[in-house]
Design a protein around this ligand. Structure first.
Ligand SMILES: Cc1cc2nc3c(=O)[nH]c(=O)nc-3n(C[C@H](O)[C@H](O)[C@H](O)COP(=O)(O)OP(=O)(O)OC[C@H]3O[C@@H](n4cnc5c(N)ncnc54)[C@H](O)[C@@H]3O)c2cc1C
Length: 394
C-alpha cells in the first residue's frame, strides 16, 4: 500500500466516524451554509460539530501550513480528501471569504504576525470577513476607487463608501482597498484590514428582487486603522487586490460544477415531465438541451480538475481564473434556466413549503449575479482577449 493509499483509507474512516449524517445532504438554502464568525448562535449542533472536527484536523483549509491552522496536506492528499468528501456527499464544513479570498492573499503578502493572527482564526471559523472593493463609482473600473486613507503616524484615518459589500452587516472584519495616493491610479491604492466593530463603520443592507438582502452599503467615517493592519507595502495594494481577485474568480467558477448530491436538473425534469415508453425524458427538445448541457458540464468539470492541478503546481496562466469564472458562471446560469424550463409555470412559485420557499426560483435569480460578482463576464472576456489571446486593447 502506498502512502497515498493509506492516507485515503484513513481519511475515509475518519470521515465516516466524524461527518454527521445531516452534513451529508446537499445545501438547499442560504441557512444550510456555515460561514463561521464571532456569533455562532445560529449553527445547528451538527453544523458546529462538523466545522469544529474539521478545523481541529486543519481540514477546513487542508493545504494551508499547520502553523496557520491548516492541515499541511500535499496537493495529492488535498485532492484525496476532496474526493472522499464528495463520495459521502459531505458538505463543506465552512464557507468563508477568509478561506477563499483573504487567506491566499495573506499567505503570499501578509506579515508573520498577520498570518498567525488572522489565518488561524479563519481556519477555525472564528472570524467572518467581508470584501470592501466596489464603490458607487468604481466597479469594473475598480482602480478608480476613492475611499481615502490619510496617514496619521501610527494609524490611517479612513473615510469613504463601499457598495455591494456581501454580508457586511454580518461580518466581523473587512479587507478593504483604500486610496493612499491621489496622484497615481493603480499605484495609489493600499490594502488594509479592520474590525467592523471599529468606531465610524456602519452598514446599510440592500434589498434584492429575490427577497434576500445579502449585501450592503458600507460607510467609513473617520475610522482609525492601525498601521500594522496594512498588507504588503503602502501604495502596492493593487498587487494584493489582483492576486485575491484570481482566487475569488476561481471560487466563483466552482458554481458551474455539478453538486455532489445527485443531479437536481435531471431529477427535477423527470419528476415534472415524466418518462416516455423508452424510459427517456418525455419532452424531446428539453431532453436534447439537457444532454447538451451535461456534456458541457462534464467538460468543465474536467477542465477544473486540470486547472486546480496546474494552479497547485504553479503552472497556471495568471488569466486562467478569468476563463474559469466566465465559463463556470455562464454554465450555472444555463443549469438554472433549464431547471426553470423543466418546471414550467409552477417553477415560479416561491412561497409554499412544497417548494421550500421557492428555493429554485430564488437560486435562479441569484445565478444572474454570478456573472457580475468578482468582475463581470464582459470584463473577463476583455482579460482573456488581452492576456491569453494577446489581442490588442480596445
Ligand atoms: C452578488 C454580488 C456580490 C458582490 N459582492 C461584492 C463584495 O462583497 N464586495 C465588493 O467590493 N463588491 C461586490 N460586488 C460588486 C461587483 O464586484 C461589481 O458589481 C462588479 O465588479 C461590476 O461593477 P458595477 O456593478 O459597478 O458595474 P459597472 O462596472 O458599472 O458595469 C456595468 C456594465 O458595463 C459593462 N462594462 C463595464 N466596463 C466594461 C468594459 N471595459 N468592457 C466591456 N463591458 C464593460 C459591465 O460588464 C456591466 O455589464 C458584488 C456584486 C454582486 C452582483
Amino acid at each position: 500500500m502506498t502512502d497515498l493509499d493509506q492516507f485515503r483509507t484513513e481519511t475515509r474512516a475518519w470521515l465516516a466516524a466524524n461527518c454527521p449524517l445531516e452534513m451529508r445532504e446537499p445545501i438547499r438554502s442560504e441557512k444550510d451554509a456555515v460561514w463561521g464568525g464571532r456569533d455562532q448562535s445560529n449553527l445547528t449542533p451538527a453544523q458546529k460539530s462538523w466545522m469544529d472536527a474539521m478545523a481541529a484536523k486543519g481540514w477546513t483549509v487542508p493545504d494551508w501550513p499547520k502553523a496557520y491552522g491548516g492541515g499541511g496536506l500535499s496537493p495529492a492528499e488535498t485532492k484525496i480528501l476532496r474526493e472522499e468528501m464528495a463520495a459521502i456527499r459531505a458538505r463543506n464544513p465552512l464557507n468563508s471569504f477568509g478561506i477563499s479570498m483573504l487567506g491566499p492573499a495573506l499567505l503570499k503578502y501578509g506579515t508573520e504576525e498577520q498570518k498567525l493572527d488572522h489565518l488561524t482564526k479563519i481556519a477555525k471559523g472564528e472570524n467572518r470577513w467581508c470584501q470592501g472593493y466596489s464603490e458607487p463609482n468604481a466597479g469594473s473600473d475598480l482602480a478608480a476607487l476613492a475611499t481615502s486613507a490619510e496617514d496619521k503616524g501610527d494609524h490611517y484615518l479612513v473615510n469613504g463608501q463601499k457598495v455591494w459589500t456581501s454580508y457586511a452587516d454580518k461580518a466581523d472584519w473587512i479587507f478593504c482597498l483604500v486610496r493612499t495616493d491621489k496622484t497615481s491610479k493603480q499605484g495609489g491604492i493600499s490594502f488594509v484590514l479592520f474590525d467592523m466593530a471599529s468606531e465610524g463603520v456602519s452598514t446599510k443592507p440592500i434589498l434584492l428582487i429575490s427577497g434576500y438582502s445579502p449585501f450592503c452599503e458600507t460607510f467609513m467615517d473617520n475610522v482609525k486603522v492601525p498601521k500594522e493592519n496594512l498588507v504588503h507595502e503602502e501604495n502596492k495594494g493593487w498587487d494584493v487586490a489582483k492576486y485575491l481577485l484570481g482566487h475569488e474568480r476561481e471560487m466563483i467558477s466552482g458554481m458551474g460544477l455539478a453538486s455532489t448530491g445527485g443531479n437536481p436538473l435531471i431529477d427535477g425534469a423527470i419528476a415534472t415531465i415524466g418518462l416516455d415508453h423508452d424510459g427517456r425524458l418525455a419532452d424531446p427538445l428539453l431532453r436534447a438541451s439537457i444532454a447538451m448541457f451535461e456534456v458541457r458540464s462534464k467538460a468543465f468539470g474536467m477542465m477544473s480538475e486540470r486547472f486546480i492541478d496546474e494552479l497547485k503546481a504553479g503552472r497556471a496562466h495568471p488569466a486562467q481564473p478569468s476563463m474559469m469564472k466566465y465559463y463556470g458562471t455562464e454554465l450555472n446560469k444555463s443549469r438554472y434556466e433549464l431547471m426553470m424550463a423543466a418546471g414550467g409555470s409552477d417553477a415560479l412559485e416561491w412561497e409554499s413549503d412544497a417548494s421550500s420557499g421557492g428555493a429554485t426560483p430564488r437560486a435562479w435569480l441569484r445565478t444572474k449575479a454570478n456573472s457580475i460578482e468578482g468582475g463581470t463576464s464582459e470584463v473577463q472576456l476583455n482579460i482573456i482577449a488581452k492576456r491569453i489571446l494577446e489581442l490588442p486593447s480596445a
